[in-house]
Design a protein around this ligand. Structure first.
Ligand SMILES: [Zn+2]
Ligand SMILES: [Zn+2]
Length: 117
């Protein structure tokens, strides 16, 4: 997957030590998370929480988020996770309970399949 971020008038950095903000090109919006950091002091978690909330409300993640997408091959069950461990846990639990095989996909990784043992 190739990203075209050259035309965004903002420096993209993974070291966000200033005011953390979230952008979503699909919504064409930007949010400032500094107030959440002040209130909660949870650091990066507020970004993740925001991303999850955004996913819940809009059906997609904001920019900079590459979720782990877990989808069952046998039924409509599926979830998206920010953490690989959470995605694996969901897949294994579902496989164990239903005897289904689940695909775990990520933008930067090969798709893997979790099968019931
Ligand atoms: Zn959005
Ligand atoms: Zn299933």
């Amino acid at each position: 997957m190739s990203d075209r971020t050259d035309d965004i008038d903002q420096t993209h950095s993974h070291d966000i030590d200033d005011t953390p903000s979230v952008t979503c090109s699909r919504c064409d919006r930007e949010w400032d998370l500094s107030y959440e950091l002040d209130d909660l002091e949870v650091g990066n978690q507020s970004f993740e929480q925001f991303a999850l909330d955004h996913m819940r409300h809009t059906g997609h993640f904001p920019d900079g988020i590459s979720p782990w997408i877990v989808s069952c091959r046998h039924c409509p069950e599926g979830e998206e996770f920010l953490a690989a461990s959470a995605a694996q846990r969901w897949a294994k639990t579902h496989a164990r309970h239903t005897r289904h095989s689940i695909e775990v996909a990520h933008a930067d990784e090969e798709t893997t399949v979790v099968s019931p043992e």
